[in-house]
Design a protein around this ligand. Structure first.
Ligand code: ADP
Ligand code: MG
Length: 445
């Protein structure tokens, strides 16, 4: 069970934002365990209820996918949990109604999480321009490249660069008002300012900034009032010679429902793309991340990993290093090719899943006359639900992958997949039309 939890932690680290992971998850511990239940202990009652509300579902699905079968998870308050310095776990446990002040445990040196800076950003062909532009902006904000727009897929370093610029500016220009904010938070703050009729304060706050960095700006598309507000702020700041940086998961022209004024603003600045790393950059990143984690990666292992993990995201490379580090430290094994192979196998399962799923989804969508994208959308109308259930059923039959892994593809848990498989099997036997459809689909695959 201890290993199961360690491996779960390694997975969670990949999906939970850094600060939240450090604050809430890294100090959870397993107590010696009974039967098939995983008991996880939090240092205080307050901590426990927070984790329960915000992370329990995610912990459950992760445990299940790591174990390969459902494992009940129980959250407890306990003495095993790492207590924050100065925290008093047992007293908190006795007084569940009076939440303890939240103390964030400072990470120990070498304990994974470091601030994203320019120094720990690995430069390669995939991000050279974006990096150079980011450095130029940090050196002379509001001069050239205003606004700077960094776009590209998930996990390619956009947020990292945003924070690197912000951090650099704060040290370089003491007293400068630098705000790095996710677009989602910008939206939420605005909505709540509107609700509380505090737009004045909101305006004031955003318009006295020297450098405004907005991450994942695609998020404001389609939200009319927010876009208007943002454009207004944008224009005022630009006119005052202030620097603006935005990141987006796609080029502005491809963001649907992005207000034309904003689009042309973004396009009027410098647009740089970050793309997935090539094999040479993957190797550099792996070596860099290993060094940060205090791991020695022999050259053949680095080369093997860089070749095998054809990651579309730097996060997967980080994940491989985290897993290698966890296995090495838990088992005392040396980091060698054999260990690296063990780490790459689960990644292959996920690549296999997505490869098979792409194929199956397009066949199913074509047969039912649906747009393939609706299968992975939250839509719940009958034809879409049926299509999704068919895809899950076929995916399970064709790939034999676990329910949990298949569920992840659709943002649902293993019970949904299990249900889908049962429903389709039953309908296939009962309803000749569905029977013919499923057979025809199987034919095609
Ligand atoms: P994005 O915002 O583009 O989705 P992030 O900036 O969150 O991606 O990057 C995902 C993870 O990969 C982060 O932990 C980040 O520090 C790391 N990362 C991305 N690119 C690099 C790089 N070039 N060098 C070092 N770490 C990187
Ligand atoms: Mg990001």
């Amino acid at each position: 069970m201890g290993r199961l939890w360690e491996r779960t932690l390694a997975e969670l680290q990949l999906v939970v934002p850094r600060q939240e992971f450090t604050a809430w998850i890294s100090c959870l511990r397993t107590a010696g365990d009974a039967d098939e239940t995983l008991t996880v202990e939090a240092p205080s009652a307050f901590h426990r209820s927070w984790v329960q509300r915000h992370f329990l579902e995610r912990i459950r699905t992760t445990v299940t996918s790591v174990a390969g079968h459902p494992v009940p998870v129980v959250l407890a308050v306990g003495a095993h949990a790492a207590v924050e310095p100065g925290g008093r776990a047992s007293e908190d446990a006795l007084a569940p109604t009076s939440p303890a002040p939240i103390r964030i445990r400072a990470p120990k040196p070498g304990e994974g999480h470091r601030e994203p800076t320019f120094a720990n950003f690995v430069v390669g062909a995939c991000n050279r321009l974006a990096h150079a532009a980011a450095r130029a902006v940090a050196a002379a904000p509001g001069r050239r490249y205003n606004p700077l727009c960094i776009y590209g897929g998930v996990g390619l370093g956009k947020t990292h660069l945003i924070h690197a610029i912000a951090g650099d500016l704060r040290t370089r220009f003491r007293g400068a008002r630098v705000l790095a904010i996710g677009a989602e938070l910008f939206v939420n703050e605005m909505v709540s300012a509107v609700r509380r009729q505090q737009m004045e304060t909101f305006h004031h706050r955003f318009r006295r900034i020297d450098t405004l960095l907005v991450d994942d700006v695609q998020f404001i598309a389609g939200k009319e009032r927010t876009q208007e507000e943002f454009l207004h702020t944008f224009n005022l700041l630009c006119a005052a010679g202030k620097q603006i940086v935005v990141s987006s998961d796609k080029p502005p022209r491809d963001i649907s429902n992005l207000e034309a004024g904003l689009r042309s603003r973004f396009e009027g600045g410098l647009m740089t793309e970050v793309t997935p790393p090539d094999v040479a950059t993957r190797r550099l990143i792996l070596e860099h991340k290993a060094a940060e984690a205090g791991l020695t990666l022999p050259p053949d292992v680095a080369a093997y990993l860089a070749e095998r993990i054809r990651a579309a995201s730097v996060r997967e490379l980080e994940g491989a290093i985290t897993r290698i580090g966890a296995i090495a430290s838990l088992t005392g094994r040396t980091v060698d090719r054999a260990l690296a192979e063990e780490v790459v196998v689960p990644l292959r399962a996920s690549q296999q899943l997505h490869g098979a799923a792409d194929r199956i989804e397009s066949v199913v969508a074509a047969a039912l006359g649906l747009d393939v994208r609706t299968l992975r959308s939250p839509r719940r109308d009958a034809p879409v639900v049926l299509a999704r259930q068919l895809a899950m059923y076929l995916l399970r039959k064709v790939s034999g992958l676990s329910f949990a892994l298949i569920g992840e593809r659709y943002g649902r848990d293993h019970t949904t997949v299990l249900h889908a498989v049962r429903v389709v099997s039953a309908r296939r036997d009962r309803d000749p039309e569905v029977g013919r459809l499923v057979s025809a689909l199987e034919e095609k695959l």
